[in-house]
Design a protein around this ligand. Structure first.
Ligand code: ADP
Ligand code: MG
Length: 246
């Protein structure tokens, strides 16, 4: 995808302190990060370091204690580990739920939701219940529900971590392709170094809590899942990121 020179997310000196009865937890400390329109960026860091907190700050769910975030909060979508499809609703009515909640259930948007379902192989499953679909198809349905609302930025919080290894590789590649086709800037939080390298334009390494940006790697391997995994550069990136995460 063509990457813009204008950042779509800009973070300057962002810190976040959680206050609770037990005391204070500094989760994020002085993060500076720009993300550009059309990019796919992964954020990787140790468990509990503040990754989900960082996504909540970007989405506007949490206000930073210090620093500034520049982003258009009206056009952000979320994708989680759990697909969060309602079991009693059909795939179609699950997909329309996002539009319903946002009160954007116009004829045009409904037609767009149908076209996304057709385009991405769920056309025949509109009347099915989520339980009748595979884990990968359910994740695709959850993605389409978000895409139907026309997000410009998608925040993905470990959305593939509950899938088994083989499915994870297939589904993550599919999701990546769909997001590229639809022109959505994507920020993926993951534990999986290989996943980050295969999917991303850049990989941001976070430190232990409080999360700071430890390093940023631009992945200079030609795109395409198999191509990347089989590239001689792949193990080089892997080793480097592994070392930095220790
Ligand atoms: P990650 O997603 O990287 O695993 P989180 O962003 O969920 O980490 O959490 C970062 C740190 O902040 C953790 O130590 C967690 O216990 C703490 N934390 C998260 N949410 C809250 C909260 N609402 N109140 C207090 N502490 C929190
Ligand atoms: Mg998390």
């Amino acid at each position: 995808m063509k990457i813009d020179i204008e950042p779509i997310v800009k973070m300057r000196g962002v810190s976040l302190n959680y206050h609770s009865l037990e005391g204070e937890t500094l989760a994020i400390s002085d993060i500076n990060l720009d993300i550009y329109k059309g990019e796919f960026v992964s954020i990787i860091g140790p468990s509990g370091c503040g990754k989900s907190t960082l996504l909540s700050i970007i989405s506007g769910l949490l206000q930073p204690t210090r620093g500034k975030v520049f982003v258009d909060k009206n056009h952000i979508g979320y994708m989680f580990q759990k697909d969060q499809l309602l079991p009693w609703r059909s795939i179609l009515s699950n997909v329309l739920l996002g539009l319903e909640v946002q009160k954007k259930l116009t004829d045009e948007n409904v037609a767009y939701a149908h076209s996304l379902l057709e385009k991405y192989g769920l056309g025949e499953f509109k009347k099915h219940k989520p339980a009748e679909l595979s884990g990968g198809m359910r994740q695709r349905a959850a993605l389409i529900r978000t895409l139907a609302t026309h997000p410009k930025i998608l925040l993905l919080d470990e959305p593939f971590s509950a899938l088994d290894y083989q499915t994870r590789i297939n589904v993550s590649g599919e999701v990546r392709d769909i997001l590229e086709k639809e022109g959505v800037t994507s920020i993926l939080v993951t534990h999986d170094i290989a996943e980050a390298i295969t999917l991303s334009d850049r990989v941001v390494i976070l430190s232990h809590r409080p999360a700071t940006v430890k390093n940023i790697h631009k992945i200079d391997i030609e795109c395409g899942e198999d191509f990347r995994r089989n590239s001689p550069l792949f193990p080089k990136y892997f080793e480097k990121i592994w070392e930095e995460l220790k």
